[in-house]
Design a protein around this ligand. Sequence first.
Ligand SMILES: [Zn+2]
Length: 361
Amino acid sequence: MKRVLSLLLLCIASLLTAAVPVVGQSELPRNIIFLIGDGMGAGQITAMKTVLGEMALDEFPVGGFSLTQSLNDFVTESAAGGTALSTGERTNNYRLAQRPDGTPLRTLLEVARAQGKAVGVISTSSVTHATPASFLSHVANRKMEFEIAEQIATSGADVVIGGGRKFFLPKEHGGGREDGRNLVDEMKNVGYAYADAHASDLPDHGRLLWLLADDGLPAAGQRSYSQRELVEVAVDLLSRQEKGFVLMVEGSQIDWAAHDNDFTTLKEELRDFDGAIAEALSFAKQDGRTLIVVTADHETGGLALVGNAPDGTDAEARWIWGEHTANMVPVLAYGPSSARFGGIHRNNEIGRMLQELLIPR
Ligand SMILES: [Zn+2]
């Protein structure tokens, strides 16, 4: 009788547990949305807050810092920075998801695919640019964008959204490929829907290649669409996967505006990226099983804000130069397992922790 009673109690306990939605900061996530603001340090986030007043990041309960150094340089660039975040290992500057000796490193998206999850990438640069490429390819130098496009074509990624058409199309079809290969056709042949312009009703085959520009996308202030819309499309497709998904979203041109020390453009890029974070957050709130991590690969420009008005309305930008800096960058997290991203971590530890969350123990 005692045994029956304890079994009964066990059943009731497990029923109660099952009824509680998984929103705790220690539970394992089903989905991960990883947003990388390229070059987005504390100065850039201060600018975002000053301009917007309220921003999506205000709602992130966990905060920390990432040490952005690469294996061979105190100041990283985006290929080594992206590799650390994607693979969990540091490499030398300019390499993508490879050790300095050329050994390939497993990317976050490869680990996710091996677990049966859908995977996707969104970038406001070319999808062959350093940050997205560190999640989708393994090459010795980030400049090998035609080869990166070939690897993207066979990566198995379910959603690829950004610029970079010229790396996928041969010269005779308006692209830049000299080998005659038409990677768009190759991807269509294995089930991708393809779109080459902004449209509200995209062809829906489940897998999507959406190349919105020959190279990088127009700057946020010159586009007729927001990055938020792109995130919405991607999440809609990826969330159909029964086993969950992993999506990487890069705000690429935050870095470009900072390289130019162009505060006006920077503010537009930050507003656009805030929309992408807000869209991810709105999905995560509804879903309850989605972890969001927002960070940067490095800081760009050494941006500091100065000004007199207490509300920041006369905020003025001061830059130390037009290059990257070694400053730590903020890490903000929301959702299941977010707590472990608090505190100070090396960039590659962020990548390693994300991979570990995908592998059931
Ligand atoms: Zn970068």
